[in-house]
Design a protein around this ligand. Structure first.
Ligand SMILES: Nc1ncnc2c1ncn2[C@@H]1O[C@H](COP(=O)(O)OP(=O)(O)OP(=O)(O)O)[C@@H](O)[C@H]1O
Length: 355
């Protein structure tokens, strides 16, 4: 596993020189063919990422009107957090990530990455982030070992500090170290991209839809590794369309829609927000019509078949009141289950409201 220095990285050689763009070949576009290298270890900031009033307007081009992709976005991602960035297609997630990575120029606002304002020192800010891009874009004629060595070289990691095999082992690719990338499966390429993003041991790892098209077993393997990185102090920012991934992995979630932040809270608080639960009761003798008055009073409805559903707001009605109404109705109850609100409900509610 990685023996990291997540809080005090020093990835830049003391002797200033110019190196090629470290994102070359990652599938991300590059604004800087060459970037100056600044020495000095990074201090440990209170927050991994601080974004204030960030706006991005893509200019009108080729007959297409100007597009406001981000409109006054403010977000704080705490150091060491596991943060989900959710949003429908076109919400502005990639734009946000690409601005942090120095690949898209913002229109206005402030972005601090690991304490460094990207306007002051974009090279230093970029050094603090490892990005796993959406596209499986790897040079097919390089082996994983070579790809990681080249990436380490681009970031100026001295040979004695490189952990090529250790990182490949951590993502389950040690036995593929010398195989051509073109012979790797989609899941293996995805994990290789994670390995590539980690060669300079950045304190922040950004994963842009990392499990799209990855089968369940490999997905779990990837998450085990990312969770371990997080446990060792790496801040994780994840964009995903799999809401259950955000729900189970992330301690904080921001929902972004139409370029604005629709919600940002601990995932637990977001789940509490809808204040809606349901009790589903399966009856032995069919559903009485009409329903007993006591059950109708707590909002019970026939659900078809032999079930009734009682939707309630936990902040207004206690589960005890519902159980009492069921008891009083004296029905032949065969089964009873409760349904919780999940992140998908919150997501749909917030994004539909905005629409
Ligand atoms: N280079 C560009 N020029 C003009 N408009 C752009 C450009 N890149 C993105 N956009 C527009 O900005 C908006 C936000 O796009 P962005 O790619 O950031 O969304 P996203 O949330 O990452 O979407 P997805 O989940 O589909 O990747 C969209 O309307 C998109 O069409």
């Amino acid at each position: 596993m990685l023996g990291g220095r997540p809080n005090g990285i020093r990835i830049i050689p003391a002797r200033p020189r110019r190196i090629p763009d470290p994102n070359a070949g990652s599938g991300l576009s590059s604004l800087h063919a060459e970037v100056p290298v600044t020495p000095a270890p990074l201090p440990v900031p209170a927050n991994a990422i601080e974004i204030e009033n960030l706006t991005k307007v893509y200019k009108a081009r080729n007959g297409q009107p100007a597009k406001t992709a981000l409109d006054g976005v403010s977000l704080t991602i705490p150091r060491g957090g596991f943060f989900a960035l959710l949003g429908p297609n076109g919400a502005g997630k990639s734009t946000l990530i690409n601005i942090m990575a120095g690949l898209v120029m913002k229109t206005s606002g402030t972005v601090r990455v690991w304490g460094t304002d990207i306007d002051r020192d974009d090279r230093q800010a970029r050094a603090a982030i490892g990005i796993v891009p959406q596209e499986l874009n790897l040079d097919p004629f390089f082996t994983p070992r070579e790809l990681l060595e080249v990436q380490a070289g681009l970031y100026g990691v001295p040979r004695r500090e490189r952990r090529t095999l250790e990182i490949l082992d951590a993502v389950g690719l040690a036995d593929k170290a010398d195989a051509y990338a073109r012979t790797l499966s989609g899941g293996m390429r995805r994990r290789l991209l994670v390995a590539k993003a980690m060669v300079h041991q950045p304190p922040i790892l950004v994963l842009d839809e990392p499990t799209a098209g990855v089968d369940i077993e490999l997905r779990q393997q990837l998450w085990r590794y990312v969770k371990e990185l997080n446990a060792r102090g790496t801040t994780i920012l994840l964009t995903t369309h799999y809401l259950e991934e955000a729900e189970t992995l992330c301690d904080q979630t921001a929902i972004i829609n139409n370029g604005t932040v629709a919600a940002c809270d601990s995932t637990r608080n977001l789940l509490r927000r809808l204040d809606s639960k349901a009790v589903i009761v399966t009856l032995g003798g069919g559903v009485p019509d009409p329903l007993p008055a006591g059950l109708a009073a707590v909002g019970a409805c026939a659900r078809g078949g032999d079930q009734i559903v009682i939707r309630y707001q936990p902040s207004v009605t206690s589960i005890g009141t519902i159980l009492e109404a069921l008891h009083t109705a004296d029905l032949d109850i065969r089964d009873l289950v409760t349904e919780e609100t999940d992140l998908e409900d919150i997501f749909l509610q917030l994004t539909r409201k905005a629409a």
